[in-house]
Design a protein around this ligand. Sequence first.
Ligand code: FAD
Ligand code: NAP
Length: 325
Amino acid sequence: MAATHSTRMLILGSGPAGLSAAIYGARAGMAPIVVQGIQPGGQLTTTTDVENYPGFREVIQGPWLMEEMQAQAEHVGARMMWDSIVEVELSQRPFRLIGDSGTIYTGDVLVIATGAQAKWLGLPSEEHMKGKGVSACATCDGFFYRGKKVAVIGGGNTAVEEALYLTNHSHDVTLIHRRDSLRAEKILQERLFAHPNIKILWNTEVDTFVAGGEPEGLVGIDVRNTVTGEVSRVDVEGGFVAIGHSPATELFKGHVELDSDGYITVEPGTTRTSVPGVYACGDVMDKVYRQAITAAGTGCMAALDAEKFLAEADFEATNAAVAAE
Ligand code: FAD
Ligand code: NAP
């Protein structure tokens, strides 16, 4: 028979949002269970330097920050589960969720902090070359391209940071961006423009990731200039797609209200979703700020909102019991 874990507060996701909710939830006596998902620690585990999380004078490392957050959550009483939720039943409380392991989790309240996942260009050649020269994480895979020419696709903070990071391994980095200006923060743009080993291809889209060699690997990227239509080849052995992320909400379609981009809808100024007792925090409900600090902030809000809901539910239950006596 499948194991069942029951808790007052069930949290999905172990990024800054989920772990902050866990810290507040545990300290409020809700003994939270955190189902970590396939990426324990969330997106920050795929990066290196974090310079904008308050409290640290020195530059800190993303994976280290997430280890510290998890340790703090466990220290105050949260329980971590190495599992991913594959099925949810939210029509009645306690909510019932099923993990990939077959384990059943029930929670009087549910906090959804499933974050976001990397977007891909959607080209057949990209799919074919994933893991053979095409990646969505320079900090994870950049090391494999030591001394080789590489390219990054995108124009946001992630793309610029990945291009800068890759200069640790490569003396020849090309940033391929579809427009003539970047979306990334000015300070990152300045570092990018000043770097002698990075060149930028403006108004340029990827046409094909070109395979070759034995064993098969990436030998180049055919790109198209969006203004002239001209196609040319960039000779690289590594291509890093950094074009943003999509919210991890597939699981909740038909269960909680989502907006047209797939983000969980919350009541403005709160983390309350369309289902009473279900709360959403972090990148899964935020398409504007998408920062570790805002994810942590809304994680705190979710735990406080959940605590208030449970206190009111307990109060009503006590009153109903007294009235029935
Ligand atoms: P995430 O960090 O995305 O975590 C989501 C969690 O949900 C994961 O643990 C995952 O395993 C879990 N999950 C997903 N599906 C399930 C499921 N079905 N069941 C159970 N669990 C599930 N922000 C900054 O402030 N500063 C930076 O320097 C910075 N650098 C960044 C660098 C990179 C390369 C990237 C990609 C992002 C960066 N960000 C940065 C943004 C920041 O990482 C995110 O805003 C933040 O991680 C969002 O936190 P989150 O908890 O909402 O979600
Ligand atoms: P993003 O800001 O959404 O940028 C995505 C980039 O990819 C954009 O430049 C976009 O081009 C391009 N793009 C999207 N779809 C494309 C396609 N099909 N083909 C080609 N290019 C495409 O995503 P992000 O850079 O991953 O950042 C996500 C969030 O995390 C942001 O809020 C960011 O601030 C945050 N973050 C913060 C830090 C930091 O604070 N240091 C670091 C990393 C990420 P257009 O510009 O033309 O739309």
